[in-house]
Design a binder for this molecule. Structure first.
Ligand code: PBG
Length: 425
């Protein structure tokens, strides 16, 4: 368990070994205590002799007598300078390189590395995307091992409880809508008694302090599988779609959503949703805008999970071209001026440069979405024993943080939260 070891490593200070066992790790304590005050915490600080032998017995001398002995040249004995460690036979005998920069000095022990670690990650940074359906049972998602379409009344509530238990207190909901409710205008999206509003009300009733993000887009509700309304010539209608999205966002806010997240990439939707929310008295509801959402093949497993593949064509007239970098700035300026509270980049790992770009250009919080294809690749590599799943998972999340993401939407949220808390599955 790489991360847990890193966070909870024993540190050696001089000849005395302090073993600090913290569960959860120190930088998580505040997050955890604010979430679950009644949770058992283990905090033991033990100072023990390095060798485990008895400490030197005191001689009963005063400070003055000790000093006098040293001044007289009778310093007490201390361990000798250790001999130089021997190199293996055959090691070439060379003189030191004439360099004054040796960056390895700051990496030489785990305590030193921990001291100079620039980026950290905590369960509080994670948002857990959850698939829900009308069924009673949880159905495994073939392309996403470990992920399920959760029954909204049971499986969902249990999964949220597990996540909260390790400090992951933010979720985002994605509904699998029955085909019979899908239409070309996606009107089920704003049904106040639809699957998502019902699930939000249930969760808020059980866990009032849970932070609930919602997805604002028509695709799970569209008989065409597109994020917007499709005209007969195949054009995705912008302003008409935005009208529907506003109704969807208001329905979600009314049910108790904390953050509505337009993932549709229509123009002008952030400003319109802000106005619609405010007009209904939802000034306190945040907007996380999918600012730079690319037309990516990494979404494949997600579309299988929701059966939301476009029935024809692709999403390239609204999602961004993966070849484009500067265009993210155009979207950034629009979203900032329209009142977005959080800016999201999607996918995550292949788009670290875009995360860094937004981080450097905007003071707003940045979110990264580690999407379904990224998750499935790591899972598959782990199952095939080609990579160490847990280490690669933690490294990928750390790298998203390093690139500049404040929060990360990831299907690994629960697994990573457990890992960060030092819990074994
Ligand atoms: C739909 C939506 C998609 C994802 C999140 N919201 C799919 C898409 O745009 O086609 C993808 C998430 C993932 O792949 O994990 N608006």
């Amino acid at each position: 368990m790489a991360s847990a070891a890193m966070l909870n490593s024993p540190c050696n200070v001089g000849a005395v070994k302090f073993e600090v066992k913290v569960k959860p790790s120190p930088n998580l304590l505040s997050a955890r205590t604010s979430i679950r005050l009644n949770r058992r915490r283990v905090l033991t600080v033990r100072a023990s002799n390095e060798s485990g032998s008895e400490p030197l017995r005191k001689m009963g001398l005063t400070d003055e007598e000790c000093e006098a002995a040293v001044v007289a040249g009778n310093a007490p004995e201390a361990p000798p300078v250790p001999p130089k460690p021997v190199a293996p036979a055959g090691t070439p005998n060379v003189s030191s390189l004439p360099i004054n920069r040796r960056p390895r000095r700051n990496r030489r022990s785990s305590a030193v590395r921990a001291a100079f670690q620039e980026t950290s990650i905590s369960p509080a940074n994670l948002v857990y995307p959850l698939f829900i359906h009308e069924g009673e049972d949880d159905t495994p998602i073939g392309a996403m091992p470990g992920c399920y379409r959760l029954g909204w009344r049971h499986g969902l509530v249990e999964e949220v409880a597990k996540a909260r238990d390790v400090g992951v207190n933010s979720i985002v909901l994605f509904p699998k809508v029955p085909d019979a409710l899908k239409t070309s205008t996606g009107d089920e999206a704003y049904n106040e008694n639809g699957l998502v509003p019902r699930a939000i009300r249930l969760l808020k009733d059980k866990y009032p302090d849970l932070v609930i993000y919602t997805d604002v887009a028509l695709d799970p509700y569209s008989s065409d599988g597109h994020d917007g309304i499709v005209r007969e010539d195949g054009v995705i209608m912008n302003d008409e779609t935005v009208h529907q999205l506003c109704k969807q966002a208001v329905a979600q806010a009314r049910a108790g959503a904390d953050v509505v997240s337009p993932s549709d990439m229509m123009d002008g939707r952030v400003g319109a949703i802000r106005t619609a929310l405010d007009a209904e008295g939802f000034e306190h509801v945040s907007i996380m805008s999918y600012t730079a959402k690319y037309a990516s093949s990494f979404y494949g497993p997600f579309r299988e999970a929701l059966d939301s593949n476009p029935r024809f064509g692709d999403k390239k007239t609204y999602q961004m071209n993966p070849a484009n970098y500067r265009e993210a700035l155009v979207e950034l300026q629009a979203d900032e001026s329209e009142g977005a509270d959080i800016l999201l980049v999607k996918p995550g790992l292949p788009y670290l440069d875009i995360i860094r770009l937004l981080r450097d250009k905007s003071p707003l919080p940045i979110a990264a979405y580690q999407v379904s294809g990224e998750y499935s690749m790591i899972k598959a590599g782990g199952v095939l024993k080609m990579i160490d799943e847990e280490r690669v998972m933690m490294e990928s999340l750390m790298c998203l943080r390093r690139a500049g993401a404040d929060i990360i939407l990831t299907y690994f949220a629960l697994q990573a939260g457990r890992c960060l808390c030092g819990e074994k599955r």
